[in-house]
Write a protein that binds this ligand. Sequence first.
Ligand SMILES: O=C(O)CCC(=O)C(=O)O
Length: 367
Amino acid sequence: MNEPARSEASATEVGADPGRAPLPVDVGRAAVDRASFDEQGFLVLRDWIPSDLRRRLREGWEWSAAFPRTRGDRFVENVADVFSELVRHEVLLDAARPLLGEDLAIYFSRLMVKDETWSGAVPPHQESPYFHGGLRKLMVFVPLAPMNRVNGGLFVVPGSHRFGALGRVNDHEIDLAAFPGMHQHHVDMDLGDVLVFDYLLWHGSEEAIEPRSRPLFHVVYQPSSDGSHYGGRPELACGRWLTDRFLPFHHGVIERGPATAMAMAPASDAPVESLRKRLEPASMTRERGHCTVVHLDDALTSDADGRSRLILWEDDTPLPSPHALHAEIREQGMGRWSHWQDVVFFSATDNSDPRHNGRVYSITLGA
Ligand SMILES: O=C(O)CCC(=O)C(=O)O
């Protein structure tokens, strides 16, 4: 989250993890378990980082920590070179690719710390209200020292990502008492472990019992079809760019006025692919009547916030009735369709089930 100056009161104990039962999310080097990630919203990858890189990360942190910081500031400005290497290092990409795909961009990365300058609580929140672009982002936390309840630790709320994006409400802090059954799960970690979690998963940390250093490196990855980026230039992590539209985040601009899309040269030399994406039957869900839905990864203008430029193809033919009312898609179908926020609502031209009718559905961007 963005604002460092949050309440320093202790995090609520309401809903503390009752049995501390181990979740199937605490795994060793062996596998990134997609099913558990989808269910719980996070994975703790133990001993994930090899020892030589661990040593360099420790040294990198020592270098960064030697610079004086303003009291109360938990974001570290002088970031050692090893962290720029880490964001594109196979060790993190090995964790991100099974969850997000082969073509990945870096939304941002940052180095933060709890220590004697600031060791307060970060109340339960989800990341999405603070940033922009698509919601299919992956949060990666790399502790640079042991991290536990004593030095402020970290908790996640298992399964909370399935509530979806909560929006800009309640100063973005979530009152767990209002969600019976949801509890904080404390994640203790050591240098070498990696926590990956869904962008929508609620998380936070408690006030440190002793303000010992709890440094944390934070990377946010997203599919490279999403042109949103936090820093100065779009940054590719691996694979190829799947968009040529990029939108930087400027504090306040997005909220105050219409966003300005910038056509920028991507940071890599890789050629830009024009967007043509096949909608896989496995990603389709039957909604109601003749309507089928697919969620998109891309941050594109839709009929909800302007006029969608998407073209939806059934084999080699564009579906005939874009921008249709959802009730008409459900009731009449016959190729009516709509792009609404990050979802495509559509019907096959003969009202058959697009998951099983043997036709290929794909999207491109029109003029
Ligand atoms: O630093 C912490 O304790 C929590 C960090 C966090 O929740 C965030 O960056 O979103």
